[in-house]
Every structure is written in C-alpha cells, then in structure tokens.
Ligand binder design. Structure first.
Ligand code: UN1
Length: 479
C-alpha cells in the first residue's frame, strides 16, 4: 500500500460511475518497486528464453479467456466502443503470441572471423529493469507492446499506467501473475507523471524507459533520463493525414476517413486529423463526409449501437472544444459538430460531436497541432506533389495514407511521405503487431515498437569472440 495512504478514483468517462479506488503512490513506492525488479532480474535473466516464452503463451491464452471481461471493463473505464475495446485486447493477444515465439528465436548472428581458429557471434542480452509509462488510449494493447517484448528478452519491469485507466492495468498485471510470471518480475506503481513518473525516469537502477505520450512529456523524459544515460524509447504524437486523389474510390475513402478520424473518438496517435483532398473531389467529399458523420450515434461504449464513445476526461473535452474555437478564429469553416454533446444521458459523460472543418490552410493550428479528439481538417490541393508536401508539412511523422487507383502515385507516396507508417487505400489506423510501429521526426527518437524492431529497445547486443587457436592472434595485425 501507499506509504502516503492517499488514494484516487477511476471513473467512467461515459457516466461518471466509479470504477475503482487506487493507491496514489510516491517516490518510496517507486524505489521499492525498482529494488524488487532489480532483485528479480538476477534470476529472470537466467530463465531460458523458451521458458519465458511459455509463460507468455499461457498469458495469451488467459487473455483470450478474459477477452470479453476486459473488453467490457474497457468500455466502462476508458470509454471506447465494444468492437474497438475487443480490438485493443486482441492486439495484446496478438503481440503476446508473436513475442512468446521470440523465446525460441531471439536470433543473433554468427560470422566468419578474419583469423583462423576463431569463432565470432553476436547475441541479444537483456538490459535490466525497464520502466514503462503507458497512456490511457490503448490501456491493454500498449502495456502489452512494452511489457511482453521486455519480458521475453529477460528484463524485469516497473509499469506506471495512466491514472485514467488503473483498473485495466491492474487486471493486466494480475493476469500476468496468473500465467506464472515469478514474483518481482512485473511491478505496478500508480500515480502521476510529476512524482511517480519523474522518479522512474531519474532512477539509477532503471536502464530503459519506454514512454507513449505527448511530445511535451517525451522531451521532459529524454532530458531527465540523460543524467543516468538511460535508453529512452519514445512514442509521441501524430498529425496524420489521409490524401484523397481525384482517381480514388470515394466510397472507400469516406469509409477510411470516418473510421480513422472518428474511431476511438479520434483519441489515437494514428488518428486522421487531416484530410488532404484533390480539388476535383474536394466538394463531393465534404458533402459525403458530413452526411455520414451526422448519422454517427454517440453513447456509452458498452451499448451495442454506439458508434462514438466519450473522450477520456473533462480536461480533454475542454481542450478539444478550445480547438474548435481556434479553428473558427483562424478562418476555417465548421462543417459539422464543434460542440459538447449534452442531450439526455450524454450530459453525464464527456461527449464531443464529431467535428469537420473545411477550407483549412496547411499552416493553421488545427492543421498542425495534435488535438487528440474527434476533429478533422479538410485541406484542398491541386496535385500529388502539393498533397505530399502538405502531408509532410508538420513536425510529426507517425502515420500517413493515400487513396488512389494510380500505382505510380501510390509508389511515390510510399517513397516520399515522411512517416513511420504509410497506408495505401486504407485510413491511417490499424497497425498490425508484427511490423515496426512508430514514427519519424518529432513522433519519436528513432526507435520502433512491435515486430522485430521492439527487440532492439529491450536488448543490448553483445559480440563474442572465441579464439580456439591456443595462441595470441592479433586482429587487424596477424594473418
Ligand atoms: C496509438 O494510438 O497509440 O494502428 C496506438 C492503430 C492501433 C494502435 C494505435 N493499432 O491505430
């Protein structure tokens, strides 16, 4: 329990219901958790990787059995709609199966030596204690992207989940223990970034910090981690665009835009918060989007006919609403939405109407800054070159997309869009777990999670030379 004996409540963004009460921890609890993780590392790193993988296979299986319950809890605690909450849990199942298999791979390299009777190879070794700081928007998937590869590689973990979704994170850790994770290997601490998070980032015994959060937090974490030369893996913001060319399948493009801009109420790093449309399809696209979006049903995520859930909390709602004012003040034209939804039971939660701005100039704040809500900005362009340059004209570089039937345009976009992810004829969301996930420019600092790339975050390379000649052989000198 927290030495401070303070607590905080987790409440549902849909109706204010209390989900649970959690200890608000402090520096002492972080220090204890790190000490426990450090002690557990001594034995966990020596558990054969295939055996670590077996525990993870069991965890994946448990997640499958618990999928319905976790999905339901997520609709209440985080607010996303049932289908998407199920997808969040499924993403955790997928990465766990994928990474459990790494227990029998974790490939290194063997290479010839330049000297006779000498053996050269490289192996991956665990780094030590990993500090994972996770957001609320993918409350099961993102902890799993971080913890599961860290664990299969032989690291131990201290997890600080977002204070908006502590119940889901607590359940996640309980289930890892149910799967047979030894005591001390996975530890959870609850609390805010300025005390608990800050202590983790500065703690000398945490070797890796992996953070998914805002650009602002990322910069602070990187600076604070510098003194102890931490490995800092950052997954930060996005201002992702969908390009719609004049030859696009417009039905498909509309589906892709609605899904990518308003799914999860726009609260994905990968959300499409800009739509860059060729002038020949711009007007039609406007009309068709407004028609579709005005039919979307807002409500609690657990009700089957809900299409748009709430946003996470009051502060988020106010931030999103402030961007509507910013957009209007900048001279963009509000096509639909732009207000807090308060009719009936919606007044009990944090609901924002799906919002579309037209006549947006690429340099406007609503086209540059991450809003993290159900707001998207339509920008008109003349050709592919302009579309690509507008898409690239932001500080972030996470996801990108183009709808076109022209294979040449598609390949140029694949080459020239400055982003970690590019979709062709699909929206900006929906990354799968076996490819690298992450972005260029201010979206991160060069790392990727998921896929094989995640292993580079959670391991150190060791190069090993075995000389079996029985004599001194000097590299670069002797033949
Ligand atoms: C995020 O928003 O931080 O590609 C993650 C997607 C999801 C993951 C999003 N699979 O949209």
């Amino acid at each position: 329990m927290a030495a401070t004996a303070e607590t905080f409540e987790s409440t549902s963004p849909a109706d204010g219901e209390t989900i649970g009460v959690f200890p608000r921890m402090g520096v002492d609890e972080v220090d204890r958790a790190v000490a426990t993780a450090k002690e557990a590392f001594a034995s966990w790193r020596l558990v054969p990787a295939p055996k670590r993988g077996e525990i993870l296979y069991r965890f994946a299986h448990i997640l499958e059995q618990e999928k319905a319950a976790l999905t339901d809890l997520m609709t209440h605690e985080m607010g996303k709609v049932r289908a998407e909450a199920g997808g969040d849990v499924q993403e955790a199942i997928d990465i766990t199966y994928y990474m459990a298999g790494e227990g029998r791979r974790l490939f290194g390299q063997t290479t010839p030596s330049e000297l006779p009777d000498k053996w050269n190879m490289s192996i991956r070794t665990p780094v030590g204690v990993v500090g994972a700081i996770t957001p609320w928007n993918f409350p099961i998937a993102i902890p799993s992207w971080k913890l599961i590869p860290a664990l299969v590689c032989g690291n131990t973990v201290v997890l600080k989940p977002a204070t908006d979704t502590p119940a889901l994170a607590t359940r996640f850790v309980e289930l890892l223990h149910e799967a047979g994770m030894p005591d001390g290997v996975v530890n959870i601490v609850h609390g805010g970034g300025s005390d608990v998070g800050d202590r983790m980032v500065r703690h000398p015994d945490i070797r890796v910090i992996t953070l998914t959060g805002s650009r602002e937090t990322g910069v602070k974490v990187l600076a604070a981690g510098a003194d102890t030369l931490k490995h800092v893996h950052l997954e930060l913001g996005g201002k992702n665009a969908i390009i719609v060319m004049n030859d696009a399948d417009l039905d498909l493009a509309v589906d892709g835009i609605v899904w990518s801009a308003f799914g999860t109420s726009g609260q994905r790093c990968t959300a499409a918060s800009r739509v860059i449309a060729h002038e020949k399809v711009y007007d039609t696209l406007q009309t068709r989007l407004v028609e579709r979006v005005e039919k979307l049903r807002l409500g609690p995520g657990w009700e089957d006919d809900t299409e748009i859930g709430p946003v996470i909390n009051r502060a988020a709602l106010e931030k999103i609403d402030s961007y509507t004012k910013i957009g209007s003040d900048e001279g963009a034209r509000l096509l639909t939405g732009g207000e807090i939804a308060t009719e009936g039971d919606l007044a009990r939660g944090h609901f924002y109407r799906p919002t579309i701005f037209a006549d947006v100039e690429p340099g406007m704040r609503i086209a540059q800054e991450e809003i993290f809500g159900p707001t998207t900005a339509l920008i008109k362009v003349r050709d592919l070159d302009e579309a690509i340059s507008v898409s690239n004209g932001i500080k972030f570089g996470l996801s990108s997309s183009i709808f076109t039937r022209d294979v040449n345009a598609a390949f140029r976009a694949m080459r020239d869009l400055e982003a970690g992810i590019t979709y062709v004829n699909a929206g900006t969301i929906g990354a799968e777990v076996h490819l690298p996930f992450g972005g260029t420019k201010d979206t991160g600092n060069g790392h990727r999670e998921a896929g094989q790339a995640a292993l580079d975050v959670f391991t150190e390379w060791k190069s090993i030379y075995v000389d079996y000649s029985g004599k001194l052989q000097r590299a670069q000198i002797d033949d």
